[in-house]
Design a protein around this ligand. Structure first.
Ligand code: 3HC
Ligand code: NAI
Length: 692
């Protein structure tokens, strides 16, 4: 029997089976909640029914509250009221879990009287990733079944645990046979009935809480151990407070009211709005608008990588990790050997940390073949060039590749700044050329800018975006322009950071402002980490600026124990007097009279320059959506997730304020701050960058 569009009800013997089918992920939308509540009432009223099974169709059990409904006026039954219906039901309810029981989904399972899952299922409370806490009793019920320590870890990391671990932790009563969840859940319900097992309510349990009573250090230690990870974020601390509240001697409903009030506070805060924006922006980025409907993807069974340096090695690892064989080409046996040795070293380190099986080191290395002959790339479906960042070198490589690669092969470049049309013009097949801009370290960083040139074929665009997902990256489609999206905004930040230190700020003052804003590290710290010599062309730019002078002095950053900072053997940094002297001397040479520069000036010049550049990029169509710009900076450059990315941040200030600030900065510091015409247009129309 259909209860509504998404919920159905059937009775098998004494067991009522309520099935929810609301693609894609059975989020607990209004319709789902209404349907489930109605079905439970039916089952309770049905005298032939002894027990109830709640199960989902499709790829997963409930993946949580419907995030699109968060923040909107609640529609009855609310999730909490639905939970009351289940928890207080007069007949036992079994939650049958497959896929992922997440957030409100797991919270709903926690009010069922029994829980069963297939071994491949996962259970978790990921609300923290949305800047929230589980607002339907998750912080109160989870510790009652898995204990305080485990619950703390689960709610603050948001990482789901496997069903086998969930069974061990007490979260699940039974594991079902893979593929037989429905039958096994019905059998469990029948056993509960036959054995007259009680209507067990998690809320009534205190045994797991008792273990933690009188041990406040559990919380203090946990906060201390995670201080760095949680810095700046509100939600982890609020989650911890709710779990702390489980140990306070108060009625369950009061603790629930406390959880609700903290949930509401988080919901109203810009951090959660930012993190929810990032969740959807990430999924939006995967969608490519405007491709012909019949565009097909191309198979990628074998990959070639040219250059086994910093980037080439990391890029190759991504494919080996996904089980795709890679041929790596270098200019000499020596360079090849060195590159492969570094890759093996990386794998061995991962295995030593227990994050990978020792036997997988050889399996993955077995997928990598080294060569010094580009001819060995002839049968590759995709070839990625990662040689020196010099246009003549890249053009030579592509010219040669054109003669070697099979027809239909995708020819990609990992260039950071060069014009890909120019590189493509070295071949007779520019439509087959695309940019795949990985970030360093390429085996770790999630971002992949997929650069479409004026000629790139739709199939290749689509294939590259899909490939990003295959190798665990977040692909963002961008246009071919200097620095694409990420590095172009970085260049705007560079220009201001460099100007500020010449005018009177110290590099450490600039770094502190960015660190306090929420970046994991400051601008000059990042430069020192990456290496000041990356992209340095000694002849072209002799003594042209502070960075080049530091390079000429052999101060390339952390790797030489000195850059803007000095580093000891453990790489602990101190501000470098040598660098400061170079800055002062260079400023004097330029005729700049250094002055007091306030933190507010650093903040505004750097951040608004970035916003303005982002808007220009959007206006030029180099990025398709404001949210794509945000994803690039959040996933590739450490823009704090709780600030949603530069475009979201600008909209949050209010675009009229942004325009006013840019005009004021322009009056004080010149044309670099000329507002992007897009910002002016949007302000005139009363719109935000999100509407661009
Ligand atoms: N609400 C609304 N839409 C959701 C959703 C949710 N909870 N979860 C996923 N979706 C949508 C996605 O936006 C996407 O839509 P699209 O196809 O239009 O882009 C679609 O479902 C498929 O999602 P994915 O591409 O992410 O699919 P995957 O198979 O890779 O992942 C998933 C599935 C693991 C369930 C993943 O989507 C996920 O992590 N979802 C979020 C889970 C979550 O955070 N739940 C907590 C919600 S907050 C809450 O419950 C509050 C409560 O405590 C009161
Ligand atoms: P690298 O100097 O570490 O490695 C380049 C490698 O290419 C060297 O091992 C060199 O021997 C090899 N090589 C040069 N010419 C070759 C040829 N004709 N055939 C085969 N191999 C050849 O440089 P890195 O840092 O890996 O950079 C490579 C590319 O990636 C550049 O275009 C760079 O702009 C880009 N990039 C670099 C990032 C970084 O952080 N290092 C980040 C993103 C992109």
């Amino acid at each position: 029997m259909k209860v509504n569009d998404v919920v159905s009800y059937v009775v098998e013997g004494q067991i009522a089976v309520i099935t929810v089918d609301s693609p894609p992920v059975n989020a607990l939308s209004n319709a789902v909640r209404q349907g489930v509540a109605g079905a439970i009432q039916t089952a309770i009223g049905d005298t032939g029914v002894g027990a109830i099974v709640l199960i989902c169709e499709g790829r997963t059990f409930f993946a949580g509250a419907d995030i699109t409904e968060l923040g909107k006026p609640p529609v009855e039954p609310t999730l909490r009221n639905l939970q009351l219906v289940l928890e207080n039901a007069s007949k036992p309810i079994v939650a049958a879990i497959h896929g992922t029981a997440l957030g409100g989904g797991l919270e709903l399972a926690l009010v069922a009287h029994y829980r069963i899952a297939v071994p491949s299922a996962k259970c978790g409370l990921p609300e923290v990733n949305l800047g929230l806490l589980p607002g339907a009793g998750g912080t109160q019920r989870l510790p009652r079944v898995v204990g305080v320590a485990k619950a703390l870890e689960m709610v603050t990391s948001g990482t789901p645990i496997a069903a086998t671990a969930a069974k061990e932790a007490g979260l699940l009563d039974e594991l079902a046979r893979e593929g037989d969840l429905r039958a096994d859940a019905i059998a469990l319900a029948q056993r509960v009935l036959d054995e007259r097992r009680p209507l067990r309510k998690v809320r009534d349990r205190t045994d797991r809480l008792d273990e933690a009573r009188g041990k406040p250090e559990i919380f203090a230690d946990f906060r201390k151990a995670n201080a760095r990870k949680f810095r700046g974020f509100l939600a982890p601390e609020y989650n911890i407070r709710c779990i702390e509240a489980t140990l306070v001697d108060q009625p369950f409903d009061e603790a629930m009211a406390y959880e609700r009030s903290l949930f509401n506070e988080l919901m109203a805060d810009s951090q959660s709005a930012a993190q929810r924006h990032v969740f959807f922006a990430e999924r939006q980025a995967a969608k490519v608008d405007g491709l012909p409907a019949d565009t097909a993807t191309l198979p990628i069974a074998k990959v070639g990588v040219i250059g086994a340096g910093t980037m080439g090695g990391g890029i190759a690892m991504n494919f080996a990790n996904a089980g795709i064989p890679v041929t790596i080409v270098e200019t000499s046996e020596e360079a090849l050997f060195r590159g492969l040795r570094i890759i093996r070293g990386n794998y061995e380190t991962t295995a030593a940390k227990g994050k990978m099986k020792a036997s997988d080191v050889d399996t993955r290395m077995g997928l990598l073949t080294g060569s010094v002959a580009m001819e060995d790339l002839a049968d590759c479906d995709l070839i990625i060039e990662a040689v020196f960042e010099q246009i003549d070198v890249k053009r030579a490589v592509f010219g040669k590749l054109d003669a070697i690669a099979k027809s239909g092969s995708i020819l990609a470049t990992n260039t950071s700044y060069l014009d890909i049309d120019d590189i493509a013009a070295a071949t007779k097949r520019p439509a087959d050329v695309v940019g795949l801009h990985f970030f360093s370290p390429a085996n770790v960083m999630k971002l992949l800018e997929v650069v479409r040139t004026k000629d790139t074929k739709p199939e290749i665009v689509l294939t590259a975006m899909k490939l990003a997902r295959t190798i665990g990256k977040i692909g963002v489609l961008v246009g071919n322009g200097y620095g694409f999206v990420g590095n172009r905004i970085l260049a705007a930040r560079n220009a201001q950071a460099d100007a500020l230190v010449l005018e009177g700020a110290t590099p450490w003052a600039v770094d502190k402002v960015l660190y306090d804003f929420g970046f994991a590290m400051g601008h000059f710290q990042m430069r020192d980490l990456v290496g000041l010599d990356v992209g340095w062309n000694a002849k072209a730019t002799a003594s042209a600026n502070v960075r080049e002078i530091l390079n000429e002095m052999g101060r390339h950053g952390q790797k030489t124990r000195g850059g803007y900072y000095d580093y000891d053997d453990k790489r602990v940094q101190t501000p470098s007097p040598v660098a400061m002297q170079v800055i002062e001397d260079f400023a004097a040479k330029q005729g700049i009279v250094r002055r007091e520069v306030s933190d507010a000036e650093i903040h505004d010049r750097i951040l608004f320059a970035m916003v303005n550049e982002g808007a220009r990029i959007l206006d030029e169509g180099i990025a398709a959506r404001a949210s794509d710009v945000d994803i690039v900076w959040v996933t590739g450059y450490g823009w704090p997730k709780y600030r949603g990315g530069p475009m979201f941040w600008a909209d949050l200030q209010g675009l009229p304020t942004v325009l006013e600030t840019l005009n004021a900065l322009k009056a004080a510091h010149g044309d670099a701050f000329t507002p992007s015409p897009l910002i002016e247009r949007l302000v005139a129309q009363g719109k935000g960058l999100k509407d661009a």
